[in-house]
Write a protein that binds this ligand. Structure first.
Ligand code: NAD
Length: 331
């Protein structure tokens, strides 16, 4: 089957080609993201393969359908960028990679947390300049602290397990609580208790209309003063301007972001020789107690291998007319 792969980087090609080695799919790679200007490239491809920042709204789906596309494959878990109702109306199936490696994302969240708490990013820069002073680098023991997990699904539970290993008390909030989370030795709490008692808050819920800006001026004001916030889920969960205000007053003690609401125009690109005009991101990066990574939490060998193998398998299932094991259905 002919597959148009958008937002294709060197590593996507390498791992998709490997996954396709035993199959006969024809993969055509486009470095461009899927956007109105590039949509014509998809014409004649039954499957279109996209990534987190490719927006597939109703208008885009209509263009794809006119070009003969019947399957949209997301090389990711979140699907907030796809209009599922429009896809269903147009008879286009949508698949994702439900479960590739919750460890990749949870471990990156922990890496960010450790770095922001112990100022590893600042120590790294200081020692390269022979500055071995410790002033300003003091963190706190994770042991005995309260870590809150918002969204206790696959990634949230791995994060919870690691935090329990540090000796944290782990509390969580989820719209659909699960026994597996409690079985780890964690417990559920209301948002009010999370705000009042968590020293660390890590976001692992999907971006939906309900979770858009769940971290905002009001919820930040209810957080324990000096708490650390980690977001490896989706940028739209955090009102970044409100976070800046909370960082300025010290209400928020530190912020680690792997995702950013306006990341579509920025992330996955080398912009080091250009002037970045996003003042909110630039302000965030300027804080000593903020770390930003460019949506790399998923980026492990194991995760990419599974993402690519699952994507190729989904296309093969579709071609064979079999049930799609990773289809996203309208709930
Ligand atoms: P999952 O579906 O296993 O877990 C999500 C959890 O969020 C579920 O338990 C669900 O009940 C809960 N939830 C849904 N609505 C909620 C709400 N309103 N309030 C609180 N909880 C709610 O998903 P997962 O595999 O753990 O992934 C979680 C998120 O991580 C994805 O949605 C995606 O946005 C993000 N992600 C980021 C990266 C990255 O590289 N940064 C990679 C993969 C996934």
């Amino acid at each position: 089957m002919k597959i148009a792969v958008f937002s294709a980087k060197r590593y996507d090609r390498e791992f998709l080609d490997l996954a396709n080695a035993g199959q006969q799919h024809q993969l055509q790679y486009f470095e461009a993201s899927l956007a109105p200007e590039s949509a014509a490239l998809a014409a004649g491809h039954e499957a279109v393969c996209i990534f987190v920042n490719d927006t597939v709204d109703a208008a885009m789906l209509e263009v794809l359908q006119r070009g003969g596309t019947k399957l949209v494959c997301l090389r990711c878990t979140g699907f907030n960028n796809v209009d599922l109702a429009a896809a269903a109306r147009l008879g286009i199936k949508v698949v994702r990679v439900v479960d590739y490696s919750p460890f990749s994302v949870a471990e990156h969240a922990v890496a960010l947390l450790l770095a922001i708490n112990r100022s590893i990013h600042r120590a790294y820069n200081r020692t390269r300049d022979s500055n071995f002073s410790l002033d300003g680098l003091m963190g706190f023991d994770l042991h005995g602290k309260t870590a809150a997990v918002v969204g206790t699904g696959k990634i949230g539970r791995v994060f919870a397990r690691i935090m329990l290993g540090f000796g944290c008390e782990v509390i969580g909030y989820d719209k659909f609580p699960s026994r597996e989370f409690e079985a780890l030795g964690a417990r559920y709490a209301e948002p009010g208790e999370i705000g009042a008692s968590a020293d660390i808050v890590s976001l692992h819920c999907p971006l939906t209309p309900e979770t858009y800006h769940i971290v905002n001026a009001e919820s930040l004001s209810r957080m324990k003063r000096g708490a650390l916030l980690v977001n490896t889920s989706r940028g739209g969960l955090v009102d970044a301007e409100a976070a800046i205000e909370a960082l300025k007053t010290g209400q928020l003690g530190g912020l680690a972001l792997d995702v950013y609401e306006q990341e579509a125009e920025l992330f996955f690109r080398d912009l080091s020789s250009t002037i970045v005009t996003d003042d909110v991101l630039q302000r965030l990066i300027a804080f000593p107690n903020v770390i930003v990574t460019g949506h790399q939490a998923f980026f492990t060998r194991e995760a990419i291998t599974t993402i690519c193998e699952t994507t190729v398998r989904s296309v093969s299932e579709f071609e064979a007319g079999a049930a799609l094991s990773n289809e996203i259905k309208l709930s």
